[in-house]
Design a protein around this ligand. Structure first.
Ligand SMILES: [Zn+2]
Length: 113
């Protein structure tokens, strides 16, 4: 159900933007999705097809730009990608880590006609 509400907000934003642009049809929507967002792209795709049926976004293509997880050590500032379940800095072995990228979920582009 998480994905349903997210898809609904994606669609609401896209419809508002299309309205602002006086567009009659939305042909494509691209969404940036972080690996850590916990959002399943195929679920969003499914709900998107369902929710757009009676809108100007019906038949629009939905694409996802996946963002890999990027972490940063709070102690030595090293950026790294997590390799295992444990998030430990590969340089100084500090366990105090912040998430720099990977939680994204937003529309990065909308194509209208
Ligand atoms: Zn470190």
């Amino acid at each position: 159900m998480h994905e349903l509400s997210i898809t609904q907000s994606i669609l609401d934003i896209a419809l508002n933007k299309a309205k602002e642009a006086n567009a009659g049809k939305i042909s494509a929507v691209s969404v940036t999705l972080g690996e850590l967002s916990g959002i399943a792209a195929d679920c969003v795709q499914f709900y998107f097809n369902f929710l757009t049926r009676d809108t100007i976004a019906a038949g629009a293509s939905l694409t996802f730009e996946k963002v890999p997880t990027k972490l940063r050590c709070r102690k030595c500032d090293k950026d790294f990608a997590p390799e295992a379940i444990a998030w430990i800095c590969p340089r100084c072995h500090e366990q105090s880590i912040e998430i720099v990228a990977g939680r994204e979920c937003y529309i990065n582009s909308i194509e209208v006609e």
